[in-house]
Design a protein around this ligand. Structure first.
Ligand code: 13P
Length: 249
């Protein structure tokens, strides 16, 4: 069975609740699709108004982060229960901006992946190498280490429902998109790794996105690759271009 493509916007720290509502309304006619899953991952404070604004449409909502704790004295954190109750289906875990700026390490991210499943949320687990790592030839070793660590204790049944986003750090927000060959090579290696950790069936089911300066012009070729099941889109998800990316064919 062919995997269904999943095209997700990562709004990052953009859009107030008022602006978020306006963006959803602007995008509504442009992102209609029967063929792909469409997701907006939005700032925590935008979740409630955006869930309301997409009601009755094909768009699903995701959070950009989740606490590794259930509840209690953790000022400023957002729990899985809150995200789920607010209407999210997905949650981004381990984006390179959180790994880098907020020092989230793999042991911590592994706990977050477990929390997502505890609250019936689908993780969009991010991985990716820096420019230095690519130039040193350790890209695949690095990504194997990230994913093997982040997936400790996750079952094959859980993994089969997950989304993995391959985002080379040097391609994020730089306008410097990976070549189709580079993106396919790593996404293929990730699928092989999933087969190695779990089995061929799980590897066949898991969805792997490419992220990093995806645009209306680069999307068609990227998404045509056999191991690229869609994209995690930053900057272009805040513009009308996102409609073109969703309807890339
Ligand atoms: P850009 O599409 O802005 O490069 O961001 C990619 C990204 O980080 C998505 O999570």
């Amino acid at each position: 069975m062919a995997r269904r493509k999943i095209i997700a916007g990562n709004w990052k720290m953009n859009k107030t609740p008022t602006e978020a509502k306006a963006l959803v309304e602007m995008l509504a006619p442009l992102v209609k699709s029967d063929e792909v899953d469409v997701v907006y991952c939005v700032p925590a404070i935008d979740i409630v108004p955006v869930v309301e604004a997409v009601k009755g449409t094909n768009v699903e909502i995701g959070a950009e982060n989740i606490s590794d704790k259930d509840s209690g004295a953790f000022t400023g954190e957002i729990s899985g229960a809150m995200i789920k109750d607010a209407g999210c289906k997905y949650v981004i875990i381990g984006h390179s901006e959180r790994r880098d700026y907020y020092k989230e390490d793999d042991a911590f991210l592994n706990r977050k992946v477990h929390k997502a499943f505890q609250y019936d949320l689908i993780p969009i687990l991010c991985c990716g190498e820096s420019l230095e790592q690519r130039e040193a030839g350790v890209t695949l070793d690095w990504i194997r280490l990230q994913l093997k660590s982040d997936l400790i204790g996750i079952t094959a049944e859980q993994a089969a429902t997950m989304v993995i986003a391959y985002e080379p750090i040097w391609a994020i927000g730089t306008g410097k998109v990976a070549t189709t060959e580079q993106a396919q090579e790593v996404c293929h290696a990730i699928r092989e790794l999933i087969a190695e950790i779990y089995d061929a069936d799980t590897a066949e089911k898991i969805r792997i996105q490419y992220g990093g300066s995806v645009s209306a012009s680069s999307a068609p070729e990227l998404f045509a690759q056999p191991d690229i099941d869609g994209g995690l889109v930053g900057g272009a998800s805040l513009k009308a271009d996102f409609g073109k990316i969703v309807n890339y064919k």
